[in-house]
Design a protein around this ligand. Sequence first.
Ligand SMILES: [Zn+2]
Length: 333
Amino acid sequence: MKKLFSVCSIFLLVGLLIAAPAAWANEDTPDYQTTVNPGFSVVDKTYDHFETEIYEMDTAANNMLISVDAIKSKSCLFRSYARFRYAQTGIWTKYMAFDSEYHFSAVNTVSAYQLMFVVRDPMKGTTTIPRFTVQGVYIDEKTMEYAMQEPAPFEPIKVTTKPALLSRKDWGARPPKSSYSEHAVQRLVVHHSYIPNQSQYKAAASIRGIQNYHMDDPKTGWADIGYHFLIGPEGTIYQGRPETVVGAHASPNTNAVGICLIGDYDPDKDPIPPVMEKSLVSLLSWLCSNYRVNPGVNIFGHCDYSTKSCPGLEVYKRLPQYREQIIKNIGQK
Ligand SMILES: [Zn+2]
């Protein structure tokens, strides 16, 4: 009986290993990446703060994503701060406050950064910061200038209905680690998950897997799932982060909404299901009309900002026809 049990456990273990992909989704490959244990904890104090050393970067970047993991006491008021030094002028930005995830984008590159953590705790509990993660991505100046400028006004003739979404509660999302940063919706960026592909997709369990990876992997450690929306091959639309807050999917993330199609849409991989395309076009139509985003110029593939093939060449080739359908759906004054 015991032997049978252990044989069963081995099968179960092997089964689990096969079922769980080694990695999830294909985010930016950062030009700079580090995960640090700052060795900061506050015990039995009402106030303490900690300033890290100045970290010099081996490669310059103009998009920085900082994620801080803090194990906070219940009564703790916690604040993180980050500042950056411009490569060309040597001038530092001021310290900018955040909870657990901060996005910094500029046309000019930065070559160093420094963090600070502040803890106020009237009940004198224990707060520890076991790690923070810093990712830096370089994007050429022209792309950055376009991404950071205010878009020209766009007026649709009608606002289409919001498509039915599977809420965070319905797919069993974890709460975010902290509050988000708000942004204005100006650009829509389409991705594919790559992993899981269609045969690995297990409905809500896969969405939870992507969220766990984004929040727990030491190389990301983000506050929540990176995408704002995910669409399954069967057409289900999952709500990720609210679209009104900054996500983590394609630098520069500020003002960009990330939509991830589950599957691998590079040539000779998964087919593009018409039902998934229908969900994508209705979601994009609603986003464009509700937030006044011009579908002709502000719908992108991740590969417009990255050397990755994301959202897969087959989907990327169809973006012009999606844009046309969206313009037909919402019109333009
Ligand atoms: Zn992508």
